[in-house]
Design a protein around this ligand. Structure first.
Ligand SMILES: C[S@@+](CC[C@H](N)C(=O)[O-])C[C@H]1O[C@@H](n2cnc3c(N)ncnc32)[C@H](O)[C@@H]1O
Length: 198
């Protein structure tokens, strides 16, 4: 039986104690420890990045020679010199690509992260479909700006459209993995999909 939802759970408290802006940082840390995603000097694009805990984590891992670019509908408060942030709707594909090239000074992107989640309507299938749309857009961005062999990490909610989405990803991307993070809330249907560009 799923545990009761506690808004101030142990991960939220740990994030606060360690100076991270959100508990979601531990999901990225878990994926990174398992799949060795983030390395010094990388250029990383993070879509749906506010309030910025993933960017905080990435900033520390890529070091001063790396660059993290965070985009969100909401403004993200300053993080570090190796993090650039842009207020941007990630559904606007051409703008995202253009902004990325501008911020990265045309350096190729090594890793694409998307923890984007739509504001919830309360209707599960509608919310799930919106999340799929965000991920389709993230993948379209990845196809245009990720270097060959670069990986993308996407948050996806399981539901009616999930299998079809995964089938589409497998058609165009290599080494597709689906992971339920230990640090995701028990009641959440979210999983992370990791895929590699051919
Ligand atoms: C779960 S939060 C991301 C948390 C982030 N990974 C962190 O560690 O701080 C999901 C984010 O997706 C963003 N989002 C949803 N739809 C978006 C869109 N169309 N364009 C840009 N960002 C979007 C929301 O504004 C929200 O900040």
């Amino acid at each position: 039986m799923p545990k009761r939802y506690l808004p101030n759970d142990k991960w939220a408290r740990k994030a606060k104690d360690e100076g991270f802006r959100a508990r979601s940082v531990y999901k990225l840390q878990e994926l990174d420890e398992k799949f060795h995603l983030i390395k010094p000097g990388m250029v990383v694009l993070d879509l749906g990045a506010a309030p910025g805990s993933w960017l905080q984590y990435v900033s520390g891992k890529i070091g001063p020679k790396g660059l993290a670019i965070g985009m969100d509908l909401q403004e993200i408060k300053m993080i570090a010199p190796n993090v650039h942030t842009v207020v941007q709707d990630i559904m606007k594909l051409d703008e995202v690509v253009e902004q990325t090239s501008k911020q990265a000074n045309d350096r190729p992107v090594d890793l694409l992260l998307s923890d984007a989640a739509p504001s919830t309507s309360g209707i599960h299938d509608v919310d799930q479909w919106r999340s799929i749309e965000l991920n389709q857009s993230a993948l379209a961005v990845g196809k245009r700006i990720l270097k060959s062999g670069g990986r993308c990490v996407l948050k996806v909610f399981q539901g009616a459209d999930f299998d079809g989405f995964i089938k589409d990803v497998k058609r165009e991307w290599k080494d597709v993995r689906i992971i339920k993070a230990q640090t995701s809330r028990d009641r959440s249907t979210e999983v992370y999909v990791i895929a590699q560009k051919a």
